[in-house]
Design a protein around this ligand. Structure first.
Ligand code: ARG
Length: 416
């Protein structure tokens, strides 16, 4: 006899996806396979695995996806300096295409007809999951229980109690959070009032500036082709390096962000982020680029990165445009090798030193001291030509205008 149809559910261990195990099994008369993906959230994965089985999943898998996440998503985004709207390092957004890929791979391996996720119908994450799954495996159905069931939080808890689903202690918290090794986001509760200061107890990874140590810490980060490879001369793998910086920077109160963000689905939402390691690495990486990329390269990269960050935010990872932009970013990193010294102090990560074998900084050109090789007399000819169109236009158009940019009247002069 043929068994039931199978569904692979991205399982977080929280209330929504716990209820979803039962709900999918009933609604679709299906066997649910729970897939918990470890992308560096601080969670007890063995407990999460057991919880899924207790609720009724026929199989419960935990995959340590941290290395994959760092190699294919986090470090490319770091090389790009990818930041959404000047504030958000895209931690959650970067994790979704990887999760979609692992969901699809598991669905194929298990012969499942559908994958499921716990996203609501109001956020960006549903878009990222659905679009990514659609790109990778158009034949696979997508089930999003929290978008379909129309239960309130209270009804969900009642459903859980009725069905013997253990309600995680975190449901008493008014906040909705998501975390991985690149960052943590906090929404809901009092944070929905953009005028309200975030209460201190929402933060898990970062100390307040008041509680941060009174003595600064220094750390030297070495990069190879835009990828961080060591801390203070100790070679480290990506996950270990991020973990170590996470603790150090968090202790010094670095990486808190309070941002009103434009969601893809058309609403503004107030988001709090904690990203201690990412904040330090992004600062350091950009400092090394300042040293090793030319001015037009830096200018052009900013334009590429704006597109790249939007694309990641908007769930378009699995596209040819992404491939094209990523290729530019990769190419831009071929001389971004060297070291940056960071000072971590009272909530700030400040670049205090940088060096590179490919540095474009030339002391003999920059210095005002002995050894100056810059030919100052050559500036006269340069300025003559540079200023030529300015002079021409001023003479023909601007000097004529009584209220033009050249007719600044000082207040004293006006009186007389
Ligand atoms: N606003 C961020 C984003 O869209 C964080 C979302 C966090 N996701 C969540 N399910 N709580 O990427």
């Amino acid at each position: 006899m043929k068994g039931k149809q199978k569904v692979v559910l991205a399982y977080s261990g929280g209330l929504d996806t716990s209820v979803a195990i039962k709900w999918i099994a009933e609604k679709y008369n299906a066997d649910v396979i729970a897939l918990a993906l470890d992308v560096g959230a601080e969670k007890a994965y063995p407990e999460i695995r057991d919880r899924a089985l207790k609720i009724g999943a026929i199989k419960s898998l935990v995959v340590d996806a941290r290395e994959l996440f760092v190699k294919y998503f986090v470090f490319p985004a770091l090389q790009a300096d990818a930041i959404y709207e000047g504030s958000y390092n895209l931690a959650t957004a970067l994790s979704r295409p990887l999760m979609a890929k692992l969901l699809v791979d598991t669905a194929h391996a298990e012969g499942a007809f559908a994958v499921a996720h716990g996203c609501t119908g109001k956020g960006n994450d549903q878009v990222r999951f659905d679009v990514s799954v659609g790109a990778l495996a158009p034949e696979i159905k997508i089930i999003a229980p929290a978008r379909e069931w129309g239960m309130t939080r209270e009804e969900e808890i009642a459903y859980a109690k009725r069905n013997g689903i253990p309600v995680p202690v975190t449901v008493s918290s008014p906040y909705s959070t998501d975390e991985n090794l690149w960052g943590r986001s906090i929404e809901c509760g009092v944070l929905e009032d953009p005028w309200a200061e975030p209460p201190e107890d929402i933060y898990r990874w970062t100390k307040s500036v008041q509680q941060a140590p009174d003595k600064p810490a220094y750390v030297e980060i070495a990069f190879e082709n835009g990828i961080p490879v060591s801390l203070d001369g100790r070679k480290l793998g990506g996950v270990a390096l991020i973990d170590e910086l996470h603790d150090l920077a968090g202790k010094h109160g670095i990486g808190r962000v309070d941002h009103v963000e434009n969601r893809l689905v058309g609403i503004k939402s107030r988001e709090i982020y904690e990203a201690p390691a990412a904040t330090v690495l992004l600062e350091a990486h950009q400092a090394l680029e300042d040293l090793t990329l030319s001015k037009p390269q830096l200018r052009f990269k900013q334009r590429v990165v704006q597109e790249y960050a939007d694309l990641i935010y908007n769930g378009l990872w699995f596209t040819s445009l992404h491939q094209d932009l990523a290729a530019y970013v990769q190419s831009s990193q071929r001389y971004v090798t060297g070291a940056v010294r960071m000072k971590l102090f009272k909530g700030r990560a400040v670049v205090v030193g940088r060096q590179s074998p490919h540095s474009l900084y030339s002391l003999s050109l920059a210095t005002y001291d002995k050894g100056d090789v810059f030919d100052q007399t050559a500036s006269i000819g340069f300025i003559h030509i540079w200023g030529l169109p300015v002079k021409t236009q001023a003479r023909i158009q601007l000097l004529q205008q009584p209220e033009g940019p050249l007719s600044i009247v000082l207040p004293q002069e006006k009186k007389s």
